[in-house]
Design a binder for this molecule. Sequence first.
Ligand code: ZN
Length: 96
Amino acid sequence: MERVIAIDPSGCGCTECMVGEYVPLDQATAEQVVDMLAGSVRNNTCRDLRVSLVYTLGNGLDMSQAVLVEVQLAEGEDGSPLVWTVPQEAARALTW
Ligand SMILES: [Zn+2]
């Protein structure tokens, strides 16, 4: 998969999104979204995002061992959330 350097707003059709340097938020993969939250992909989404992260926590463990399984991002206060299921290898960047 080609590595993008930034995530743009949903529906963006700029030149960088056309050539694959950037990706619109609504077309981003879970890996790209996790990289954006971790800071290695630039956040160009232009609006405040409402971020919800879902972890699973095994019996007897604390949050340092929790596994990120889902990311929900909504653009703006009233936007409906986009949801990504996070593959385990992509979740490591956001562990506590
Ligand atoms: Zn764009």
